[in-house]
Write a protein that binds this ligand. Sequence first.
Ligand code: GTP
Ligand code: MG
Length: 333
Amino acid sequence: MRLKTFQAPNMSEAMKLVRDELGEDAIIVSTTDNGSNGVRITAAVETPDLDLDFAETTSESNAIDQICDALERHGTPQTVTDRLLNTATTLASNDTIQTFAGALDLVFEFATSDQPTDRPMMLFGPPGAGKTSAVAKLAARAVVNRTQVTLVTTDTLRAGAVQQIEAYGDRLKLPVKTAKSPAELASVVDSVAPDQLVLIDTTSVNPYSSEDLERLSTYADAIDAERLLTINAGRDALEAREIAIAFQAIGPRRLIFTGMDMSRRLGSLLAIADASQAAFSEMCHTPEIVDGIHRINPVKLARLLLEHVQIPTTQNERRPDLGVADRQATSWK
Ligand SMILES: Nc1nc2c(ncn2[C@@H]2O[C@H](COP(=O)(O)OP(=O)(O)OP(=O)(O)O)[C@@H](O)[C@H]2O)c(=O)[nH]1
Ligand SMILES: [Mg+2]
């Protein structure tokens, strides 16, 4: 059997999509009425080359329903949900995590190599996104792995920014260099021994300010760096998408998500990955520097998205421990 999920504003339009794509012999496996978000139908059709019985198809459909519920709960943009569900239905598994992880892996890119030491890593993003802390967290991880690190900051504008990274440098016993211009950045990077990992912190950027973006571009273009968009989780998914589109001007290759411990809705992560075309790379779940950053992989992301997080609709429904137990139970590693 071949399984496919269809989304439409109403039942008759959804049925038309089923008939158009799968033909008159299609069997409806499940239907979900999502109110103002329309109707979702999962349908199956016999295919000679796929030997699945109806019971298997139904449990596959349960997996698809769970994935769909999770994506809705996280406020995932509809286009991203559709792509993930349609990919998930092609994987034909009744293991929800496996199906979800497989779909995430096919739809998005995930950074696979360890952090490269052959080129500097430049972290950038909106104000307060956790860039400087993420630089320190990457440095702490590299130190544990016995990699030599030099910290560089181009954030010579914000009061206290240089002192902040110097404090991290002192704690980790790492040299900190400042670069007040793109030319200075190029010469600082050139002066570091080739076997050292260079981690570069930058001034925050208002993604809707062309002046800010151009300024960051001049720094990014001065060196051959791995560009990492660093952004806090928990934003509205549509706003996050706009931010990712604005940051495309800088050409991010990888994504670091911070504040995972403070966020219940993770649709923005998917929206950003979709809009930026950059690879999921790291996530941070604590302000702590040591052991504060971990690689994202498809299975970990699927587990996070599937975690049962009840979202209160009124103050009265709020439980004192709401969400906390879920998040504490999460394995970030
Ligand atoms: N709970 C939590 N706090 C975090 C996380 N990452 C960063 N923070 C905190 O968020 C605040 C801002 O972090 P910074 O690293 O200074 O952010 P930034 O992007 O460098 O800020 P600007 O340079 O001012 O734009 C600090 O208080 C951090 O300790 C995280 O993953 N979880
Ligand atoms: Mg900073």
